[in-house]
Every structure is written in C-alpha cells, then in structure tokens.
Design a protein around this ligand. Structure first.
Ligand SMILES: [Zn+2]
Length: 101
C-alpha cells in the first residue's frame, strides 16, 4: 500500500490471505482503519485475482463484505481479532504479552 500506516494511531489492521469458495487461499487483503468508520484496503480478489484498493471507505458494521469491481463477487473480511493483529502474519496469537516485537 502506497500510504504508510501510522501504527500508533491505527485501531484495526489486518494483512492476510483470503479464501475462495473452495477454501483455497487465492486472495489477499491488507486493511486498516484509524476509527472503525473509514477503512483503507488493498484486496486481491480470491475469485478472479483482480487487485484493487480503496481509501476512506465506510464499511459499516460487521460482517464486512467487499465487492470486487471485476467479477462482482464479495469477499467476507471476517473477524480474526482486532488490534495487535497488524503485520505479524498468522499464528502469532500465542505470543506472550511481554515480547518485544
Ligand atoms: Zn473478482
């Protein structure tokens, strides 16, 4: 994403793969928000591989669905967890609180 994320201010951030209907991780999402109202995201559509990004979009309340402008299918950005998800990638949930990163 061309826009730098200010992690001191960010309230939500995720960077992970997204699955298609077959459960294959064919897409990818990077998304963040400073206020849970306006979101910035960059999505590779898991259905058609189209890449696009949007800035300052209001997604409303969960669950969040993002429609691909190319194939018009919607990707569900389901909740993993908020805050601290950041750029660490998957499976860092087990980190103890006192680890410096
Ligand atoms: Zn698509």
């Amino acid at each position: 994403m061309e826009k730098d994320v200010d992690y001191d201010r960010v309230e939500y951030a995720t960077n992970r793969k997204v699955e298609n209907d077959e459960g294959e991780e064919t897409g990818h999402i990077k998304m963040f928000s400073y206020d849970y109202e306006n979101f910035f995201f960059e999505l590779t559509c898991p259905y058609c591989q189209h890449e696009f990004e949007r800035h300052d979009v209001e997604l409303g309340s969960r669950p969040w669905w993002i429609e691909c402008p190319e194939c018009t299918r919607s990707t569900n950005v389901y909740r993993i967890k908020d805050k601290a998800e950041r750029e660490q990638g998957p499976d860092d949930d087990e980190l103890p609180d006192d680890v410096d990163t």
